[in-house]
Write a protein that binds this ligand. Structure first.
Ligand SMILES: [Zn+2]
Length: 609
């Protein structure tokens, strides 16, 4: 993330002209002006590789280190970008090759020997169709910029231009980058942070009817969008954007693009765009709310994550990745707002909203990891654990900030509304972070600043609340829900059926155990993930039989299982048990106080104050 966002883009070209006119005499003895221009070709898309050249002018040194990042901000996992780069060459202006060697896996050191100008070229393998990776096939291409564009070490703030040469029959590019007037498929970025935050989708794309909010156009362009009511969809999306903009009152860019890369999973937020997996199938039916809250999530991120951001997330460490404790805010509070925005846009009911938050509570409360890992630790450890916590048996030791984060967002919102007689809310916290830290200081917030702003908006100490953030203390839902005139049922009750505690996955001819619930009968019998289940009561094991058994058998009955682990067969007898769970069903308090009624009404109303 760069410091100034895209506000600077419009001044960028004028600035270059100004600098080159005024500095020529003063700085002549120093280094000449540096320029960098990329050309990206896709000569044979079926080969699934991009051909990239970079003309680099004005850096006179013994050697130049060209670097490719190891991750994409917004997706907190190391990616194998460097491994996908092949056929690297460096040449001078006469076409003579220049010696180079790898100084690290992601650094190409070119011995330029004080040459003023040189060109490097390389190919980028593009075979993984995902929002964080490069992809190319006979029909379309997606550029994940951190995995395609090399920067020169020490020149991350260097302005850069890019010319895309689409494959012969393709006619459209979707990107948040600024086009350079008069040049086909050519774009300018004020620095590499902006370039790295601007993915590109190329092909014969479909563009849905755009809309403007506060005079700022919002585009939706994609590949294989599918069949659905597109006018209605864009009208709904506009209402979501308006609800988000209502909170902050400011739109920090000149245009925004939803880039739909085709069917799949995942989305990544960027400065003035988002790349999302998208399919229109079923969108007029049951998939509608899920897709709208997903898009609301990615859109709200341009505020919360890209601009209101943990101080560790920008400037980024492209060589190693940037760790932060605060993804419970950047991701979790965004997940709180993605549902709330749908309510404010008038697209879902209050009951739908409460149902959505209940599912987050259940997801969090049903993971034993809640007893071991705080939400700040889950955030810090996401690089090793993954965004949804660890998998296999280790899942029992971790949680996901996508589950606990939105729950904490709701508790914090209720608490602030209660403490201020419903005069302030979490919206005021977000606005203050945006204005006082992003706009005025042009940087991210520290953990201490985040807490201080929450407490100054609330006007009281939030020590109780922050214990839920920094520790694994059990959450007192009843107290917090009561602030909004809501009752939540936290009485433990027996679930129907019998409890075994195994999730299975059928693969080829074996029934693999994908997960074993902690403290369940299967867990105590020593059954673990990655073992496979051979027989149940002497019959071949199937997923259906597991399901039937848990539904129709009674607690206390014995089940004989045959399990295979690393080639060894084991016979295990275990006792089915009863599973107890808190229902967390939410209802309205029958006779709310004036304050309770006001808070609930305000929280559920369409539009902001
Ligand atoms: Zn997110």
């Amino acid at each position: 993330m760069k410091k100034h966002g895209l506000k600077n883009t419009m001044h960028f070209l004028q600035a270059i002209i100004f600098v080159s006119l005024t500095c020529s005499s003063v700085a002549f003895s120093q280094q000449t002006r540096v320029s960098m221009h990329f050309t990206v070709a896709m000569n044979n898309p079926a080969d699934q590789a991009y051909q990239v050249t970079l003309q680099c002018d004005g850096i006179k040194k013994d050697w130049i280190d060209f670097k490719i990042p190891v991750w994409m901000p917004g997706y907190y996992q190391l990616l194998d970008y460097a491994d996908n780069i092949n056929t690297f060459t460096a040449r001078d202006t006469n076409g003579q090759t220049i010696r180079w060697e790898n100084a690290a896996a992601n650094i190409w050191r070119v011995y330029s020997n004080n040459l003023r100008a040189l060109t490097i070229s390389y190919t980028v393998k593009a075979t993984r169709n995902f929002v964080a990776t490069n992809y190319l096939d006979a029909e379309h291409g997606f550029i994940a910029p951190t995995g395609l564009f090399m920067h020169v070490d020490g020149f991350i703030k260097q302005p850069v231009t890019v010319t895309i040469k689409p494959y012969a029959k393709w006619n459209k590019i979707a990107t948040g980058l600024e086009p350079v007037t008069g040049k086909n498929y050519t774009y300018a970025a004020p620095d590499f942070d902006v370039l790295y935050d601007s993915p590109l989708l190329i092909g014969n794309l479909e563009e849905l009817p755009s809309f403007s909010v506060k005079g700022v156009p919002h585009y939706f362009t994609g590949y294989k969008l599918g069949n659905f009511n597109k006018e209605k969809f864009m009208a709904d999306l506009k209402r979501i954007v308006e609800a988000a903009v209502d909170i902050m009152g400011d739109i920090p860019f000149k245009h925004y693009t939803f880039i739909a890369i085709g069917p799949g999973n995942g989305g990544i937020e960027h400065l003035n765009s988002t790349a999302v997996s998208f399919s229109g199938e079923g969108l007029d039916g049951p998939r509608r709310n899920g897709m709208l809250s997903f898009l609301a999530h990615e859109y709200f991120h341009h505020y919360n994550a890209k601009r209101i951001r943990p101080i560790e997330l920008g400037p980024f460490d492209y060589d190693r990745g940037s760790r932060t404790n605060m993804l419970w805010v950047a991701e979790g509070i965004t997940a709180y707002y993605d549902e709330l925005l749908l309510k404010r846009a008038g697209l879902i009911s209050g009951e739908d909203l409460l149902k959505a938050y209940r599912s987050s509570i259940l997801a969090y409360e049903n993971k034993p990891g809640r007893l071991f890992q705080s939400v700040t630790q889950a955030s810090y450890d996401t690089w090793s654990d993954g965004p949804f916590g660890r998998t296999g048996d280790d899942i029992n030791k971790t949680i996901s900030y996508y589950d606990k984060g939105p729950v904490l967002g709701m508790l914090l919102d209720f608490k602030i509304r209660h403490a201020t007689n419903n005069k302030q809310s979490l919206d005021d916290v977000m606005r203050t972070l945006y204005k006082n830290i992003y706009q005025q200081k042009n940087r991210g917030y520290t953990e201490v600043e985040f807490r201080n702003i929450c407490e100054s908006v609330a006007g009281v100490s939030l020590a109780d609340f922050f214990e839920y953030v920094y520790t694994v203390k059990e959450i007192d839902y009843v107290k917090y829900f009561a602030y909004a005139g809501l009752h939540i049922d936290t009485k433990t009750a027996a679930l129907p059926g019998a409890w075994l505690g195994i999730s299975v996955r059928e693969k080829n001819d074996t029934l693999g155990i994908s997960q074993v619930e902690w403290d369940s009968p299967a867990w105590h019998a020593g059954i673990r993930a990655r073992q496979s289940l051979l027989t149940i009561n002497g019959e071949p094991a199937t997923a259906k039989e597991i399901e039937r058994l848990q539904k129709e058998r009674k607690p206390g009955e014995i089940v004989q299982l045959q399990v295979m682990q690393q080639g060894v067969t084991k016979n295990i007898a275990l006792l089915l048990d009863t599973k107890y769970q808190k229902p967390f069903t939410v209802s309205r308090v029958e006779t709310p106080t004036t304050l309770q009624a006001a808070i609930l009404k305000d929280w559920l109303k369409a539009g902001t104050k």
